[in-house]
Design a protein around this ligand. Sequence first.
Ligand code: PEP
Ligand code: MG
Length: 315
Amino acid sequence: ELKAARRSATGPGRLADGTPIPLLANLGSADGAADALEKGAEGVGLFRTEFLFLDAASAPSVEEQKAQYLRLLEAFAGKKVVVRALDAGADKPLSFLNDAPEENPALGLRGLRALRANEPILRDQLTALAQADAESDAEVWVMAPMVSTVEETRYFTALAREVGLKTAGVMVEVPSSALLADRILADADFASIGTNDLTQYTLAADRLLGSVASFQDPWHPAVLKLVGEVGAAGHATGKPVGICGEAAADPLLAVVLVGLGATTLSMSPSALADVRAELARFTLDDARRFADLALSADSAVEARAAVTAAATAAA
Ligand code: PEP
Ligand code: MG
């Protein structure tokens, strides 16, 4: 048992029955690459590209972007790197992309909607990424933020494939996408669930507003039910379903997410060790049992308590 614990502290993500659950890093620039690798990241599950655009009066050139992408891809040679297209709007305002004042920015022209309204920016970003991909040995996947319809999925994947990117997927951050995940995955190569936004939109509680912060809890059974929809769609279509929101960094919740069908987990590198250790304590059957317990709870608090009790009894 000691040997298993030691192996799990450094090796790839695995359940106690040997089921691999690759553990990936969320990164906001290439600067964190070395640290993530040192902590055992098996790849990058969410590369946030907003840093390239923040404080800029206009979008960076294809050449500038390509250089930044190459920095990251070279650090992760031979590994999977999931790059998210620019996610502007709401909690990530960018004046040059989306400057019309909005009453409800979280429900406005944000994410893929804002990119689509500024298609040359999206096309340049995808082109820069395709060029970097062609010059590196990393396995590049690209995904769109804030997708809410099947039609948006088709639009994004078609454009990504047109510029030469081979693996195109979408983030599931809006209940409509979770509910239609089977149809979204008929087109997209993969889905990655952003639990921060999915929780915000499911509970109708602004993720930045302190007065409603208690609603922003991804243990909520309504959120988990939507995650389960996506997991089932991934299973039915044979396509990967990742989690890249903060929920994946909560060790016990990570086990529940796997029980709901997540095939990879991506998180801040500082969370990797604890999540790796927790996954190694439980089998896929345990994870599914915990997921059922959480789904049948009436609240986030009850879900967490029920799974905590079952985990204590099982381990
Ligand atoms: C999320 O919404 O869960 C997510 C990963 O994206 P961000 O936090 O950047 O909105
Ligand atoms: Mg998000």
